[in-house]
Design a protein around this ligand. Sequence first.
Ligand code: ATP
Ligand code: MG
Length: 434
Amino acid sequence: MTSLVVPENEPMRLGLMGGTFDPIHVGHIACAQAACEACGIDEVLFIPASVPNFKRGRRLAPAETRLAWCEASLREHAHFHACDIEIKRDGITYTVDTLRQLRALYASDVELCFILGADSAASLPRWYASEELAELATFVAVSRPGQALDEEVRSSLEAAGFRVEYAEGLMVDVSSSDIRGRIASGESIEGLVPEAIRLQVESEPAYCGVKEAGVEDAVCPEMNARGGVADDALSDAFFEARKAELVGRVTEKRFNHVMGVVDAAQRLAEIYDVDVRTARLAALLHDWDKGYDDEGIWKRGIDLGLDKTLDPWVFSNMPQVLHAHTAAVALEQEFPQIPREVIQAIDRHTVGDENMTPLEMVLYCADAIEDGRRFGTIDELRAAVGQVSLDELFFRVYEFWTLNLLSRRHQVHPATIKVWNTLIARRGSKKGRE
Ligand code: ATP
Ligand code: MG
């Protein structure tokens, strides 16, 4: 049970600091202190986000560890407390769920004040269920080095219905990514994290392989689940931030597959004259939800309302295709800056469609023939790249996959038959006869 901080008699302003805390550092504590001083906040809960259900890649410390570091670091601050409410919850941790849960736990005269750095504050209107979010709490935006809140952001937050207060923090130029990077390259982190946890943090296995995996070069201003900092979804910054986030969402094997698809999609895009940045983004995000098991993906599908929009038979019987649809819906909600064509390509990457766009065909083919895949006659498909038209390549890949499913006696999606018939009709009307 989550332990509560209970006000004795006065109504209270309860501060909430959400984050990955991977690891917690002196900037987080300074941020909370600034909010308390500027806005009369009495107590603060530090709430590490979980990265649930997903088999996490190596570079995120386990949720329990991140929580334990918060506990140890906050012991000397009487009014700061580590809170396990998110890591105990199953499923993806949306702030709105946490606020709802806390709202129900606390009396109505306790005001919830969500504290966040200016970088995160700017993206608030893009967070999941932002309208409800705006109703549930007051938001306290604390300036961060290089991240003051400009007038434009302030007015966009107000226009979106957020009650926002501002605090000038004692600027502490540190971030968790910076700390992880230093550990990976053997630099000191003294003074950057509370001394009580420094040795543990330095020896955290999740941080030591950052260099080898190539994620360290990521321009990664936001690793947490809600950080859509880059407005331009086709930018390198957006790509790298999502890539770093993906590490925590899928297994290492899946991550490697995705990076293979990114390479293949870029190659195909160049050959077939599709925008390369758009193709690489669709490839990077296509398996965004592949870390869920069947139970998890059903639950996520229901949370996102897909049980009402998808074919009910497919929803109940084909959990293996749901990840494409949940990813499309969830990504569109969380990152409205992602172009619609990318969302649709993700949505169609498992079953395809009768009218695939060039981008969609590139993703579909890249997913099948990336270098990590080894089976059947896949080399013949690889050899056809650049030799045949994109339509023809897609047809061959679709045929290969469909035959493969049938020969392994898997269920096929009802739409597969439709797509197949359309493709055949287009190729010269064989109409079921040779
Ligand atoms: P990462 O580099 O992994 O994104 P981070 O240092 O930004 O880590 P988070 O866990 O993402 O830490 O951040 C939790 C919250 O703390 C966010 O609202 C963030 O804006 C805020 N925050 C983090 N570092 C600072 C800092 N140095 N000054 C003020 N606020 C900060
Ligand atoms: Mg961050």
